[in-house]
Design a protein around this ligand. Structure first.
Ligand SMILES: NC(=O)c1ccc[n+]([C@@H]2O[C@H](COP(=O)([O-])OP(=O)(O)OC[C@H]3O[C@@H](n4cnc5c(N)ncnc54)[C@H](OP(=O)(O)O)[C@@H]3O)[C@@H](O)[C@H]2O)c1
Length: 281
């Protein structure tokens, strides 16, 4: 049995689907009845009630699991405390801990990366058998805005149109997660999961080709971006993280090597054009 945390986000849903397809039973950690029903529909074999902030509930949820796939909530100021709870639960259950971290957690300028680097450190020092995955930004992040992009002919993100980003297909991440979760040889490994680097301007050119209509890239102003994020319920901490992240992307992009993911998958990682054709189709 594999305990998957944060099962209702896009990462958790992809992981559960991939694990279920591989015939690996999943127990989903849920905080709400509706989330339990959704996780079972997505392919979880069973659910356990608990909040990551509730160490005792987490300990109960992990009992009998061979592994925990720890997906953390996005941009949560309690990152280190939640990480400690998961480490304790893995220790209590004698489970391997696979942490879904982030590409370049050592970036001190980005609070949500930097806090995660402390969690990685705590995991390494815990004595628990671990694997750490460090994914880049998902291609799927543009899906909520896909229809608006097609309709308006403008692909907007809040960073420079020429900043290189190693965008990665969530399906590739889920496949890599299944691989490391089900093979002990990946214990004590740290793997970055990056796709081929691409800029916003290059993405717009790909979309123009795939959709057969002009799409141009545009940098969205930070104020407008943060207002939309707040409207979608982003916390003050999440807004702070985003306000730091976008200028960092302007200056440096977020680039990793696709070689490790290619090695884990046994094929090159999905490129943006393949992803765009799949979505358009
Ligand atoms: N998006 C990217 O490009 C990207 C790239 C690299 C890494 N990541 C990482 O991927 C992770 C997952 O992101 P995501 O967008 O897929 O998911 P998400 O939207 O942050 O997660 C939503 C899920 O987390 C659950 N949740 C939130 N707080 C919880 C808590 N305290 N206890 C238990 N469950 C809790 C929610 O439960 P409810 O349904 O009850 O609210 C929901 O199921 C993040 O850590 C992010 O940093 C993302």
């Amino acid at each position: 049995m594999i305990l998957v945390t944060c099962p209702g986000g896009k990462t958790g849903r992809a992981a559960i689907a991939a694990l279920a397809a591989a015939g690996r039973p999943v127990r989903a950690l849920v905080r709400r009845e509706a989330a339990a029903e959704a996780a079972l529909r997505d392919g979880a074999a069973e659910t356990a009630a608990g909040d990551l902030a509730d160490a005792a509930a987490l300990m109960r949820a992990a009992k009998g699991c061979a592994a925990i796939y720890y997906i953390a909530p996005n941009m949560d100021p309690r990152e280190r405390a939640l990480g400690d709870n998961v480490i304790a639960a893995a220790k209590g259950a004698g489970a391997r801990l696979v942490f879904h971290s982030v590409l370049h957690p050592q970036l001190e300028a980005l609070p949500h990366h930097w806090q995660r680097h402390f969690v990685e450190q705590a995991i390494i020092e815990s004595g628990v058998p671990f694997t750490i995955l460090q994914p880049g930004s998902y291609m799927q992040n543009m899906l909520p805005g896909w229809a608006a992009t097609v309709e308006s002919g403008v692909h907007r993100m809040a960073y420079d149109v020429d900043a290189p980003m190693s965008l990665v297909d969530l399906d590739d991440i889920a496949a890599a997660a299944v691989r490391v979760l089900t093979d002990e040889r990946f214990a004590h490994g740290i793997y970055e999961l990056a796709g081929p680097a691409i800029t916003l301007a290059e993405k717009a050119a790909v979309l123009t080709r795939v959709l057969g209509r002009d799409i141009r890239a545009e940098k969205q102003e930070m104020d407008a971006f943060l207002k939309i994020a707040a409207g979608h319920g982003a916390s003050d901490y999440a807004q702070l993280c985003m306000a730091r992240m976008m200028p960092h992307y302007d200056a440096h992009g977020l680039v990793g090597s696709p070689a490790v993911l290619g090695w884990l998958l046994g094929r090159p990682p999905t490129d943006f054009e393949t992803f765009a054709r799949r979505v358009a189709g």
